[in-house]
Design a protein around this ligand. Structure first.
Ligand code: NAG
Ligand code: NAG
Ligand code: NAG
Length: 379
């Protein structure tokens, strides 16, 4: 059992999740050969994981993703997700055969959260607005990972006060931390510079660590933490911050200045997870890579079933290689939607298409984890 986390590092994520579920099962049933399952998911993050909170939160309730054509591919109407269809979390719960967690702001009673809760909110930052302000960075949506952690504590208290054993609940739950930090980096780029964005890396990783510590304290046994996307392949950043000729990757066309920040983020994240593993050998901390799958798809789109414009937004306007301009943001009168979103990686220049979410989810679940190949072991 003490070797569990070491073992899990070498397994594909899906298998690792099943092994971890088995280990997390009530010791009273130990020895049983039945396949242990997670009973629910608690999710955290931003618009990449949000299944309905931003559509309810007052500051974001009238956002673009509450209007068509969001949701057109799968739901047939806006579903509160910033995509044309489903997100990684949707494919993950399907694979694990657990219910889709209730968006936190859509629930009220303990019964609403027995199937888990999704605290992710579109626009959320990792860092608190006050910290960002201290760096001269203005946040737009005043919700951070710290708020999401408080919401989680609220749900546990609600469950506890309704007579549910909260530690039994957390032990059999999967904790999924979706990508978080992209909004912090973007806000830093908007109001400051790439150097300032890069200087946030250790703070963002420290904030994720605090959130994980709160989850562990509440009894979490299995936590999946998603890494950063290749920021330099995002149509919005490419359109808004043109670089010099030397900034672009000759194969993918992505901007190396921004990808470098994502690589640093992921390296620091993996190192932090490694350190948590040493500290808590009976828990599982799994790193979910999204960088590699997206970078590969952008560099060789045809090979992975995408069309010829991997750096362009499907929905939006402005034309050119990125088809991104805020004046024609997806869903506004000046915007248009591509004929086949499944040929695109980017849905609206910021968020991914359902096809990209599905591709990433399957790569994430099937690939061997690269947890600490690059992490230092000197500790
Ligand atoms: C978010 O967290 C900040 C700082 O702790 C707090 O002031 C604010 O009220 C929280 N917002 C919500 C909606 O919970
Ligand atoms: C759970 O509820 C009981 C009362 O039902 C209370 O004594 C206890 O402090 C609560 N625990 C937490 C962690 O809130
Ligand atoms: C966006 O569109 C506006 C109005 O058409 C134009 O003035 C502006 O230059 C465009 N911005 C970019 C980054 O292309």
């Amino acid at each position: 059992m003490a070797q569990l986390s070491r073992l899990l590092m070498g397994l594909p994520l899906l298998l690792a999740l099943l092994v971890a579920a088995e280990a997390a099962a009530d010791p009273a049933t130990g020895g049983s050969l039945s396949l242990a399952r997670y009973t629910r998911v608690f999710a955290f993050g931003n618009s990449l994981t949000d299944t309905g909170n931003a559509a309810i939160f007052p500051a974001t309730a009238k956002g673009p993703s509450t209007r068509p054509p969001y949701g057109q591919t799968y739901f047939g109407h806006p579903s509160g997700r910033a995509s044309d269809g489903r997100l990684i979390i949707d494919f993950l719960v399907e694979e694990l055969e657990v219910p889709l967690p209730t968006p936190y702001l859509a629930g009220r009673t303990a019964a609403d959260f027995l199937d888990g809760a999704n605290f992710a909110l579109g626009g959320a930052t990792a860092l608190d607005p006050a910290f960002l302000a201290s760096r001269g960075i203005t946040s737009v949506v005043p919700i951070s990972l710290g708020n999401e952690t408080s919401w989680f504590v609220n749900v546990l208290q609600l469950l506890n006060s309704s007579g549910y054993d909260q530690r039994k609940i957390t032990a059999r739950s999967l904790f999924f931390v979706g990508e978080i930090g992209v909004n912090d980096y973007f806000l830093a780029l908007m109001s400051k510079s790439a150097d300032v964005a890069e200087s946030l890396v250790p703070h963002i990783i420290g904030t994720i660590r605090s959130a994980l510590t709160a989850m562990i304290g509440a009894g979490a046994r299995t936590v999946v933490v998603t890494g950063m996307l290749p920021l330099g392949c995002e149509p919005k950043l490419l359109a808004m911050f043109p670089g010099g000729p030397g900034d672009y990757d000759p194969v993918s066309g992505c901007d190396a200045r921004f990808n470098r920040i994502a690589v640093q983020h992921n390296r620091a994240l993996k190192r932090m997870l490694w350190e948590l593993r040493l500290r808590h050998p009976r828990r599982s901390f799994l790193y979910a890579d999204v960088y590699r799958s997206v970078a590969r798809a952008v560099a060789s789109p045809a090979r992975y079933g995408f069309g010829s414009k991997p750096l362009a937004a499907c929905c939006g306007g402005g034309g050119g290689p990125y088809n991104f301009n805020y004046t024609a943001f997806c869903g506004t009168p000046k915007s248009t939607t591509c004929a086949d979103p499944s040929e695109y990686i980017s849905w609206d220049g910021i968020h991914l298409t359902e096809a990209a979410h599905e591709f990433i989810a399957h790569a994430m679940l099937g690939e061997v984890l690269s947890v600490v190949e690059t992490g230092s072991r000197q500790a």
